[in-house]
Design a protein around this ligand. Structure first.
Ligand code: NDP
Length: 221
C-alpha cells in the first residue's frame, strides 16, 4: 500500500514542489491549501481546499477531511514572510506571522496525531532565520521570532512523541526561488523539495528533533 503524505501550503512554491516530489516517490499526496490555484488540479493529488492553517475551525475541517486516513508523513510547509524593523514594528502583524508560522504547524500536528503512529514522521519547514546563533544581520523580528518558536515546538514535539515512535525533522530549505523571496534565491523549489525528501528519508528516532539545512548540514539553534 502506498504511504500517505499531508502537505500544507501545497498550491505553490516549495509546497507544490513537495507534491510533485512525493508523487514521484509513490505516495498518496493530500495537498492542503486555501485555494488550489492553477497547477495543483493538474496533479494526481487529493486536494483539500479552503484550509487556512491559522484558523482553528479550518484545522478541524482538515481533521474531518482526513478522518481515519493514516498519516505516514506530515509536512508543515505553509508560511508567510515578515519584515518588521525596529522603530516601526506593527505588532498585529507580528502576531499574525507567529500565528501562521509557529502556532499553525503545532495546531495542525496536534490535530492529526490520532492519524499517526509508530514510524510516522513530521517535517517542519522552518528557516535558518530562526536560529539565534546564526543571526548576524538582525532585523525581521516577526519572521525570526516565528521560526525560532517553530524550532522550539519541533524539538519539544520530538521529545514528546519519541515514545510513540514518531520522528520530527526541522528543515531549512535553503534560499529558494519562490514568491516569498520575490523569485530570488539560489535554488529552484524542486531542488529544495528533493533535498528535504532525502533528509526525511534519513529521519529516525536517533536524529529526531534536529535542525537541518536541506543540503544535509546540521544547523545551530
Ligand atoms: P510561498 O510564499 O511561495 O508559499 C507559501 C505557501 O504557504 C503558499 O501555498 C501559501 O498559500 C501558504 N500559506 C501562507 N499562509 C497560509 C495560511 N494562513 N493558511 C494556509 N496556507 C498558507 O513560500 P515558500 O514556498 O518559499 O515557503 C514555504 C516554506 O518555506 C515557508 O514556511 C517558508 O517560511 C519556508 N522558507 C522559505 C525560504 C525561501 O527562500 N523561499 C527560505 C526559508 C524558509 P496561499 O497561496 O493561499 O497564500
Amino acid at each position: 500500500m502506498s504511504p500517505n503524505v499531508v502537505i500544507t501550503g501545497a498550491n505553490r512554491g516549495i509546497g507544490l514542489a513537495f507534491c510533485k516530489r512525493y508523487l514521484e516517490l509513490g505516495y498518496n499526496v493530500y495537498a492542503v491549501c486555501r485555494q488550489a490555484g492553477s497547477e495543483l488540479p493538474n496533479l494526481d493529488v487529493i486536494v483539500i481546499e479552503g484550509i487556512d492553517v491559522s484558523q482553528p475551525e479550518d484545522v478541524e475541517k482538515l481533521k474531518g477531511a482526513l478522518h481515519d486516513i493514516p498519516v505516514d508523513l506530515l509536512i508543515n510547509n505553509a508560511g508567510i514572510w515578515g519584515k518588521e524593523s525596529l522603530g516601526s514594528i506593527d505588532y498585529d502583524n507580528v502576531q499574525k506571522v507567529i500565528s501562521v508560522n509557529a502556532l499553525a504547524p503545532l495546531r495542525v500536528t496536534e490535530a492529526l496525531l490520532t492519524n499517526m503512529g509508530t514510524g510516522s514522521k513530521i517535517a517542519l519547514i522552518t528557516s535558518r532565520m530562526g536560529s539565534i546563533e546564526d543571526n548576524t544581520s538582525g532585523n525581521g523580528y516577526d519572521y525570526r521570532m516565528s521560526k525560532a518558536a517553530l524550532n522550539m515546538a519541533g524539538k519539544t514535539l520530538a521529545l514528546d512523541l519519541a515514545e510513540e515512535g514518531i520522528a520530527v525533522g526541522i528543515y531549512h530549505p535553503g534560499f529558494v526561488q519562490t514568491d516569498m523571496v520575490g523569485g530570488m534565491g539560489d535554488i529552484p523549489p524542486e531542488t529544495a523539495a528533493e533535498r528535504i525528501s532525502e533528509r526525511i528519508k534519513e529521519l529516525n528516532q536517533n536524529n529526531s528533533g534536529s535542525f537541518w539545512h536541506s543540503n544535509g548540514e546540521l544547523l545551530p539553534w
